[in-house]
Each structure stands twice: as C-alpha cells, then as structure tokens.
Design a protein around this ligand. Structure first.
Ligand code: GAR
Length: 184
C-alpha cells in the first residue's frame, strides 16, 4: 500500500479530512514545522505518528529542508501532501521527492499565490474564487494543476466567509486529487 506523509503547520483540517477519506494508502506520518500545531494532536488522536522539525531551531532554510527531508526519508513516502504547510520547500528538498509532493492552495491559481488569498480576492473584487490542488515545484504555488473547485463571491462575502466556503471545497477536492495520483 502506498505510504503517505502529510505536512502541516496549524489547524490540520485538511489532514484530518484526508485521513478520514477512503484513500487507498497508509498515512505513515504527520509532520509539522510548528511544535504547537493543533493538527498534531488530531493526528495523534487518530493513531498516526507525528514528528516536529521546528524551522526556528535551524540557522538556514537549507538546514531545515535537509533535516525535514531526512525525517521524511525514514518513512519512504510514495506521496507527500502539504496541507496548510506554510514553508516554501527548496529545489534541493524537492529533488529528493520528485513528482511526489502535492499542495492545496486556497485560490484559483495562478490567481492569488502566497498568503492571504481570500483578502486578495475581496480586494480585487473577483466574482469567482476557489481552491487548487497542484504538484509542488520550486516556484511558489506555480506547479502543474491537478484539480480546482470554484465558488461564487457574493457582495456580502468577507475574508472569513470566503475562507469557510473555500475550505469546504478544499475538503472535497484534495481527496480526489490524491486518489487520482495513487491510481496513476
Ligand atoms: C487551508 O485553507 C490551506 O489551503 C491553506 O491553509 C489552510 C490550512 O487549513 N494553505 C495555504 O495557504 C498554503 N499556501 P488546515 O490546517 O485546516 O488544513
């Protein structure tokens, strides 16, 4: 069975949703750069191994990436899922896991890469917003797109309401993308 590692930095709702989906793979590790990530508790409660590689304890991004890569390699993952993981991974890291790293981003890429995508969407006045699952490449939020889901933006929407509606869509499409990946 395919071995899956999930990387998180915070709440971990996508991670929890993925683990609870009928994905034909084994979740062997949930790792975080943030020792206080709520998602770590959720993973433990679901009986999944957890690890912390705290970026604050490394003097360079390169050292952090190397330590994270080494930790992940212990589990020989077939697939690495970024689920609210708020660190940019270097080319060196990604070359060790080529074409095996997916990310979910809360916008219809290529619109609104980076942080605060809902705020950016409101500011621009877009009428359609959404989320994207894509392969991770060294360029931020720019890898090949696997699946997207779109929602209408209504005049009464704010950052919070958009985040809620988009998250519901994230929980729909990430498991679909993972199944497609595992089915090759
Ligand atoms: C999700 O909305 C995810 O798309 C976003 O962080 C949130 C994490 O929520 N990721 C990014 O912004 C990555 N650039 P979760 O921890 O509850 O899954």
């Amino acid at each position: 069975m395919s071995k899956i590692v999930v990387l998180i930095s915070g709440r971990g709702s996508n991670m929890e949703n993925l683990v609870c989906s009928d994905i034909p793979g084994k979740f062997v590790l949930v790792a975080s750069n943030n020792p206080n990530a709520d998602g770590l508790k959720k993973a433990k409660n679901m009986g999944i191994r957890t690890a912390v590689v705290d970026h604050k304890t490394f003097s360079s991004r390169q050292d952090f990436d190397l330590a994270l890569a080494k930790k992940l390699e212990e589990y020989e993952p077939d697939l690495i899922l970024l689920a609210g993981f708020m660190r940019v991974l270097s080319k060196k890291f990604l070359s060790r896991f080529e074409n095996k790293v997916l990310n979910i981003h809360p916008s219809l890429l290529p619109a609104f890469p980076g942080q605060h995508s809902h705020k950016q969407a409101i500011k621009k006045g877009v009428r359609i917003h959404g989320c994207t699952v894509h392969f991770v490449t060294p360029s931020l939020d720019a890898g090949p797109i696997i699946v997207q889901s779109a929602i209408p933006v209504n005049p009464e929407d704010d950052e919070k309401s958009l985040a809620k509606k988009v998250l519901e869509q994230e929980h729909q499409i990430y498991p679909i993308a993972v199944k497609w990946f595992l089915e090759k």
